[in-house]
Design a binder for this molecule. Structure first.
Ligand code: ADP
Ligand code: ZN
Ligand code: ZN
Length: 739
C-alpha cells in the first residue's frame, strides 16, 4: 500500500507516515484525517514515500481523504517549506498555521456560509422613504439591495453597524438570505493553452496621473517577471492612486492582485475604498477580525481565482492565488508585518520570496521605508521609485517647528507656543491633534517624601496611573490595583503623578479650553467594539475640536479639517536601548505630521523636545527622509546592526531565574563549539527582564551573511531541541524586530 507523509500540527520537525488504500488517489496538498495518539487529527499531504522507518505493523492508515475543497497548490507547499526552513519552525505547524481555522477543523467544510442578503417580496414593496430618518443604515442597506443581492462583507463595508441593522431587517421580514447560486469553487481556472480574454471591468474616478506617478506605474507594468520595487513617496503623494492604477492594469490582463496592509482597524475602510474604485470586481479581505466561516470562504474564493483583488493583513500572504500577477505591500515599514508568536515570519519578506517564486513584480510602498528596504534599494537589489510632490496642488507639506522644552516653561506638559497654536485652531474652527505615545494618566505615581514609586510586583516595570477609575495598572502583565490613599512605605499622603499620558492631557486641555470638544483616542477609549469607528466618524463630521491620541491616530487617515499636530514628549525614543526606536519615531512623526494640512489648508507640526538639534528633528523639519536614512545607516554600519548584519535571537523565560540563564548558557556553549562563522553574544537579561513573574533572558547570534547565519541555525536548532527544557519556554526568532 502506498505511503504518504503528512504535515500535522505537532511541535516536531518531522512529517508523519501513513498508508492509504491501494485505489484511493491522494494528491499533494490535500487535507486528510489521520489517527494520532488517541485522536483523529487533520493533516496535509506533503509527499509520497517509498518506505517508512516505521514497521509495517505500526503504520496506520489514513482515516479519510477530504475532497471538500481543492488541495493546496504545490507552490504553496514550496513556500511553506521555505518558511519552515528559514524561520526554523516545525514544518507541520507552519503548514497548518497557514490554513484558515475552518480548514483546520476535522469537520469537512460545507459552503452553507455562501449566503447572500436579498430583498424579500415585502422588502421590494416597501417605500424606503417611509422609514424613520434616524434609521439611515437600514435605509442604505435596503437601497443597496435594490441593485443586487450582497454578501455580509459587502454590506458591512457600507457601515460598521450593518450587522445590527440587518438583524432588524431580517426580523421585519424585508430582507432574506439566499444561497449564492454561483458556488465560488465552480469558477474554473483557464486550462493550459486556453486563451484568457482581456478582462473588462469598471474603473471609477481615475485621476490623470502626475508624471512622477505615471513613471512609477510604467516601470511596474513594463516589468516582465520578478522585480522588487520600493515606492518611496511623501504622505499624500498619491501612492494609493498608483496601487489602484496597477490593479487596473493587472485586472485587465486577467490577473489577481494581493494587497498587504498593516494590522490596524482600517481594513474595512480600505475595503470600501477599493470596492468603490472597482465596483464590479470581486474583492475579498482577509484579516483576523473576520468570523471563521467568512474567512474560509474568502480564502477559497482567492484559491479558486474568483476573487481578483485580495486585501489583507499579514496572514493573507499565505493565500493560494492561481492568477497572482502583482503583490503590493502598503506601509511596508510597519512592524505589524512581523508576526510575534508561533511562526515568526515577516509578511513583507515572505511576500518578496513569493513574488520571486512566481516571477511577478512586487511593490513596497512607504513614506518612510524600513532601513532594510532602503538599503536594498540603494544597493540596487530593489528598484527605487520616488514621488517627491503631493498629488493635489496646492497641498504642501506642513511646517515643522521644534520647541526647546529645556528653555521653555511647561504647563501641564505643554508649552506656551503649543497652547497658543491650539487656541488659534479653535478660533478658526479647525482641528488639532495632540500626539503622545503613552496611554493612561501618568506613567508612574511617586511619594514626594520618601521617593516610593508605583512598581508592578510581577514585572520589572512601573504601574501606570489611570485617573478615570483611580487604578494603577501594569501595561505589561495587566495587573491592576486601586490607587493607595497613602504611601505604602512611609505613610505620607502626598502621592504625585509623574509624567504625562493621554488622560492627563485630556484633563488639562479640557480645563483650559472648556468649550472645546475633546476626543481621546487610545487603546482604553477604543476598547469597546465599534468605538473607534464611531470616533472616526465624529472626527470626520467635525464633531471634535481637539484629538488626543497615541499612534492609533497616526495611521492612514485623511482628516481634511486638521491643521495642527502637536507632539508631546517624543524624546524617550532617541536614547532607547532598542536600536530601532528612533527609526520608528521618525516614521511615526512623519505619518502623524502627514495628517496635518491636506487639501486646501496649510498644516503645522509643533514638536516639544529637549533636543531640537538632534538629526532626527533636523530631517523632520526638512522633510528629508533620505538624509535621515543615510544618518541611521552610517550609525548602523558603525555599530554592526541590521541591515548590515543578519540576526537571530534566542529568548528564554522561566519562573526560576537560573532556569532561563542556564538553558541559554548551554545553548551558547553549543554554538561556540560549532566554530561556525557567526558572532555569538553573551547571555543577557531581556529589555523587560521580568514579566508576569517570569525572568527573561536572551542570546543574540549574528552574521554579515544571511547564508552563514542560516547554515549555523540549521545545525544549532536540532541541538537546542535536544536540550532539557524543563520548566522554561524558549523561542528562536529569525530577523527579530523586538528584543
Ligand atoms: P498617499 O497614499 O501617498 O498618502 P493618496 O494616494 O491617498 O496618497 O493621494 C492623496 C490625495 O491625492 C488623495 O485625495 C487622492 O485622491 C489625490 N490624488 C492622488 N493622485 C492624484 C492625481 N494624479 N491627480 C489628482 N489627485 C490625486
Ligand atoms: Zn513615601
Ligand atoms: Zn506587571
Amino acid at each position: 500500500m502506498p505511503i504518504i507523509r503528512v504535515a500535522l500540527d505537532v511541535p516536531l520537525s518531522t512529517l508523519f507516515d501513513y498508508v492509504v488504500e491501494e485505489n484511493t488517489e491522494v494528491i499533494f496538498g490535500q487535507r486528510v484525517l489521520v489517527p494520532f495518539g488517541r485522536k483523529q487529527v487533520l493533516g496535509v499531504v506533503m509527499e509520497r514515500a517509498e518506505q517508512s522507518d516505521l514497521s509495517a505493523a505500526r503504520l496506520k492508515a489514513v482515516t479519510q481523504v477530504l475532497d471538500d475543497v481543492p488541495p493546496l497548490p504545490q507552490e504553496m507547499l514550496t513556500l511553506l517549506r521555505f518558511c519552515s526552513d528559514y524561520y526554523h519552525h516545525p514544518l507541520g505547524m507552519t503548514v497548518l498555521s497557514a490554513l484558515p481555522a475552518r480548514l483546520r477543523d476535522t469537520e469537512p467544510i460545507k459552503l452553507k456560509q455562501a449566503l447572500d442578503y436579498t430583498l424579500s417580496a415585502a422588502g421590494r414593496a416597501l417605500d424606503i422613504e417611509t422609514l424613520p430618518k434616524r434609521r439611515v443604515v437600514q435605509q442604505r442597506i435596503l437601497q443597496a439591495l435594490r441593485e443586487a443581492p450582497m454578501s455580509g462583507a459587502q454590506l458591512r463595508s457600507l457601515s460598521p453597524s450593518a450587522p445590527a441593522a440587518l438583524k432588524v431587517l431580517l426580523e421585519a421580514g424585508w430582507v432574506e438570505l439566499v444561497d449564492r447560486s454561483q458556488n465560488p469553487l465552480s469558477n474554473s481556472l483557464p486550462q493550459a493553452g486556453e486563451r484568457t480574454e482581456t478582462a473588462r471591468h469598471i474603473f471609477n474616478g481615475a485621476h490623470t496621473l502626475t508624471p512622477e506617478q505615471q513613471q512609477a506605474v510604467d516601470a511596474v507594468t513594463q516589468q516582465t517577471g520578478y522585480a522588487c520595487f520600493l515606492l518611496h513617496g511623501i504622505t499624500g503623494s498619491g501612492k494609493t492612486e498608483i496601487y489602484v492604477h496597477l490593479m487596473h492594469e493587472m485586472l485587465q490582463r486577467g490577473g489577481q492582485v494581493l494587497l498587504l496592509v498593516p494590522e490596524i482597524n482600517l481594513t474595512p475602510q480600505l475595503e470600501h475604498y477599493f470596492r468603490s474604485r472597482f465596483p464590479d470586481v470581486e474583492l475579498v479581505s482577509l484579516h483576523s477580525g473576520l468570523a471563521d466561516g467568512e474567512r474560509a470562504l474568502n480564502w477559497l474564493k482567492a484559491q479558486s481565482g474568483a476573487a481578483r483583488i485580495v486585501l489583507g493583513t499579514r496572514l493573507s500572504v499565505f493565500t493560494p492565488l492561481p492568477k497572482l500577477s502583482l503583490i503590493l505591500v502598503d506601509e511596508e515599514h510597519d512592524s505589524s508585518f512581523k508576526q510575534q508568536d508561533g511562526l515568526r515570519y515577516s509578511a513583507r519578506d515572505v511576500a518578496i520570496f513569493r513574488a520571486n517564486q512566481r516571477g511577478v513584480p512586487i511593490v513596497l510602498g512607504s513614506a518612510t521605508p524600513s532601513l532594510e528596504s532602503w538599503f536594498n534599494a540603494k544597493s540596487g537589489r530593489y528598484q527605487l521609485l520616488q514621488l517627491k510632490q503631493r498629488a493635489v496642488q496646492p497641498a504642501t507639506l506642513p511646517v515643522v517647528r521644534c520647541m526647546d522644552i529645556s528653555q521653555l516653561p511647561l504647563e501641564e506638559g505643554m508649552s506656551q507656543p503649543l497652547l497658543a497654536a491650539i487656541e488659534t485652531c479653535l478660533q478658526r474652527q479647525e482641528q488639532s491633534l495632540i500626539f503622545i505615545n503613552r496611554r493612561g494618566f501618568a506613567p508612574v505615581l511617586m511619594c514626594t517624601s520618601c521617593g516610593w514609586l508605583s512598581e508592578c510586583k510581577h514585572c520589572a516595570g512601573k504601574l501606570v496611573l489611570h485617573q478615570k477609575d483611580r487604578s494603577l495598572r501594569c501595561h505589561h502583565c495587566g495587573a491592576q490595583q486601586r490607587v493607595p490613599h497613602a504611601c505604602p512605605t512611609c505613610g505620607d499622603a502626598d502621592l504625585k503623578p509623574v509624567g504625562f499620558g493621554t488622560q492627563r492631557l485630556e484633563e488639562s486641555l479640557q480645563a483650559r479650553f472648556p468649550q472645546a470638544r475633546i476626543l481621546r483616542v487610545d487603546r482604553d477609549s477604543t476598547r469597546n467594539k465599534g468605538a473607534w469607528n464611531a470616533m472616526r466618524k465624529q472626527i470626520h463630521d467635525g464633531a471634535a475640536d481637539i484629538l488626543i491620541g497615541t499612534q492609533m491616530l497616526a495611521k492612514g487617515h485623511d482628516f481634511p479639517n486638521l491643521t495642527l499636530v502637536g507632539v508631546v514628549s517624543p524624546d524617550g525614543a532617541l536614547y532607547s536601548a532598542d536600536f530601532r526606536a528612533s527609526e520608528k519615531l521618525f516614521a511615526q512623526l512623519t505619518q502623524v505630521g502627514g495628517r496635518a494640512g491636506r487639501a486646501d489648508k496649510a498644516g503645522e507640526v509643533i514638536v516639544q523636545t529637549a533636543f531640537p538639534n538632534h538629526p532626527l528633528f533636523q530631517a523632520l523639519r526638512a522633510h528629508d527622509y533620505e538624509i535621515w536614512a543615510q544618518t541611521l545607516l552610517a550609525e548602523r554600519q558603525m555599530a554592526g546592526f541590521p541591515p548590515y548584519v543578519y540576526q537571530a535571537l534566542l529568548s528564554a523565560e522561566s519562573q526560576q531565574e537560573s532556569d532561563a540563564f542556564n538553558f541559554l548558557k548551554q545553548a551558547r556553549s553549543m554554538a561556540l563549539e560549532l566554530h561556525m562563522p557567526v558572532e555569538v553574544y553573551g547571555v543577557v537579561p531581556a529589555a523587560m527582564p521580568r514579566r508576569a513573574n517570569h525572568h527573561r533572558a536572551q542570546l543574540l547570534v549574528q552574521s554579515d551573511k544571511r547564508k552563514a547565519l542560516g547554515e549555523f541555525l540549521r545545525v544549532w536548532k536540532p541541538g537546542l531541541d535536544g536540550l532539557p527544557a524543563g520548566k522554561l519556554r524558549w523561542v528562536l526568532d529569525v530577523d527579530p524586530m523586538e528584543f
